[in-house]
Ligand binder design. Structure first.
Ligand code: PEP
Ligand code: MG
Length: 594
């Protein structure tokens, strides 16, 4: 390792998207935009040839993407939908047909025509008032760049061929680039652009390689071969570190890894406090393929199956049979543990091209989730039939998202009963006692939670949306991300109200937002008296460790203290101090953010 203590070291702060500490040499990759050197007019006789040249580049691009998809490591196959979306862009008429039309009508060369089509699409995307959607222009750009490279024959560094243990530094990496990374060689990556919801971040997590994005100028400030420290848990990047830095981070890295394997051993023990209080720890999943990992990490069931991803990754609408087979398999694998299947939560930041959702100014507050299902009863009934049919193959629970009031619950239950009758008429059996619950994620549902308890068997608190709607913070907008505060006193009071009402009525209460997997939240969620937490499977060992270390009495005391505090910062500081005192080894090994 070359250490150059005499040169000034530099620190950068980015957005941490995939945890872990890495120390290694920078490898700069140029994923910059292809320059079109030639823009020229063609004559009538050249049109057919130019169109053929463009179509040949499309076929080559398709083949490259297919190869990338097929070569994806087994454990990240579930994310192949990202490459599917790139393949779909390749078939998009706005990009490809319009390029051909431009070649034919404007008589310009293929590269020029493609650039023009891309700029046109970019203009349309820029008008969309939704960060998630407008950011998807990056996917269109990445596909266009690939086609351009194939047109010009320009070679790009093949990331799969990197043979050294390096840290990739790039202005941007597309999801396709990420899948190409040879993870036995590449230690991790950092990029100038990107955010928490980018597909590249999702891929880094799935590959379990540390990554920091949104560093703005990393590719300008870092030179090839320079030594770097990247902390994927805090977003810190140290350029050209000195010996003291290296030793400090090496120690942190070692402790973190050692402790991670220690806590993994307890993941199959129950989540029980030292004074005997037991809370159920379940997992959130998006795909059937995740079920194996859920079992490995010690979940006691699935507390949230987000079913919309099945719709997002299929070309047309999934059929009842496809849905039934998927739900049945999840139920069978998890049995006798329960699986809570949430009905479609499309809209907001999740769109499926096969469902016609009108362009809305504010999709998070628009025709989303249960509202969309009530508007499209055919779509809803197909899913309900599939869930009911799967219910006899394990312990299935049904959950409705985005419930704002009792009227909606009555309406969905009426549809559910009609579907049950339909199945009765066809002689199809289902679990007649399948529990039915609702997500509490809109402030109005909190306020009337006492009324809602009369109509359902359980509640699951969706803090991701509850924070968004209660604090008026768009959950995918990076400009207000600093105000997205789980520890805001208003949020804590809302959760408390829901738990109190649920307790009074004797129904079960779960919490399935990201708060459930945040180690700093665990003591207060325990102190609140929730029956169940449902979280991403990888955080289960950590959360179980905390539950097994804190007596309920202590957690209740902490929750009472926290309720007296005025701001989210005060709450966070209090909890950080308490946790560092109660479980010092977690603090020392970097499990709590600085
Ligand atoms: C939530 O809103 O907290 C939740 C768990 O659902 P989703 O993140 O899918 O909206
Ligand atoms: Mg939600």
């Amino acid at each position: 390792m070359t250490v150059r203590p005499n040169e000034p070291k530099d620190r950068m702060q980015g957005i941490p998207v995939s945890p872990g500490i890495i120390i290694g040499k920078a490898h700069l990759v140029d994923r910059s935009t292809v320059q079109i050197l030639y823009q020229y007019l063609i004559d009538e006789k050249q049109i057919a040839g130019e169109v053929e040249r463009f179509e040949h580049a499309l076929r080559t691009t398709e083949k490259q993407l297919e190869t990338l998809k097929n070569k994806m490591p087994e454990h990240v196959k579930e994310h192949s939908f990202i490459l599917d979306s790139h393949l779909m862009i390749l078939k998009d008429s706005m990009l490809c047909d319009s390029t051909i039309r431009r070649i034919q009508e404007e008589r310009i060369n293929a590269e020029w025509a493609l650039k023009k089509s891309f700029h046109e699409i970019r203009k349309i995307f820029a008008q969309i008032d939704d960060d998630y959607i407008s950011n998807r222009i990056q996917d269109v750009e990445s596909v266009s760049e690939r086609i351009l490279r194939n047109l010009s024959g320009e070679m790009q560094e093949n990331l799969a061929e990197i043979r050294e243990r390096v840290i990739i530094v790039a202005h941007d990496l597309s999801p396709a680039d990420t899948t190409e990374l040879n993870i036995s060689k590449v230690m991790g990556f950092i990029t100038d652009v990107g955010g928490q919801t980018s597909h590249t971040a999702i891929m880094a997590q799935a590959l379990e390689i540390p990554a920091v994005v949104g560093l703005e100028a990393a590719s300008e400030r870092i030179s090839d071969g320079e030594l770097l420290i990247v902390d994927g848990s805090t977003g810190e990047v140290v350029i050209n570190p000195d010996d003291a830095d290296i030793i400090r981070y090496q120690e942190k890295q070692l402790q973190h890894e050692k402790y991670k394997s220690t806590i993994a051993k307890i993941s199959h023990l129950p989540a029980e406090t030292p004074d005997g209080y037991r809370i159920a720890i379940k997992a959130n999943i998006e795909f059937l393929e995740e079920v194996a990992a859920v079992r490995d990490h010690g979940a006691e069931g699935i507390g949230l199956y987000r079913t919309e991803f099945l719709y997002l990754r299929s070309k047309g609408l999934p059929t009842e049979e496809e849905l039934f087979n998927d739900y049945r398999e999840v139920a069978e694998i998890m049995a006798p543990d329960p699986v809570t299947i949430r009905t479609l939560d499309l809209g907001g930041d999740k769109f499926a091209s096969q469902i016609d959702i009108v362009n809305e100014m504010n999709p998070a507050m628009g025709l989303r989730a249960i509202r969309l299902c009530l508007r499209e009863p055919g779509l809803f009934r197909t899913q309900l039939r599939a869930i009911l049919r799967a219910s006899i193959f394990g312990r299935v629970q049904l959950m409705f998202p985005m419930i704002s009031g009792v009227q909606e619950v009555l309406e969905v239950k009426e549809i559910l009963n009609a579907v049950k009758q339909e199945l009765d008429g066809e002689g199809i059996i289902y679990d007649e006692n399948m529990p039915v619950g609702v997500m509490i994620e809109i402030p109005s549902a909190v306020t009337i939670s006492d009324l809602l308890t009369r109509h359902v068997d359980f509640f699951s608190i969706g803090t991701n949306d509850l924070i968004q709607y209660a604090l008026a913070i768009d959950r995918v907008n990076e400009h207000v991300a600093y105000m997205y505060q789980p520890f805001h006193p208003a949020i804590l009071r809302m959760i408390r109200q829901v738990v109190q009402e649920g307790r009074k009525a004797g129904i079960k209460i779960s919490l399935c937002g990201e708060m459930a997997g945040d180690p700093l939240c665990t003591p207060i969620l325990l102190g609140l008296g929730l029956d169940e937490l449902s979280l991403n499977a990888r955080s289960i060992p950590l959360v179980k460790t905390i539950v097994r270390s804190i007596p309920l009495k202590q957690a209740r005391h902490d929750f009472k203290q926290v309720l007296q505090l005025n701001t989210a910062k005060e709450v966070r500081d209090y909890l950080l101090k308490r946790m560092k005192k109660l479980i010092p080894e977690l603090g020392e090994r970097g499990f709590f953010p600085a």
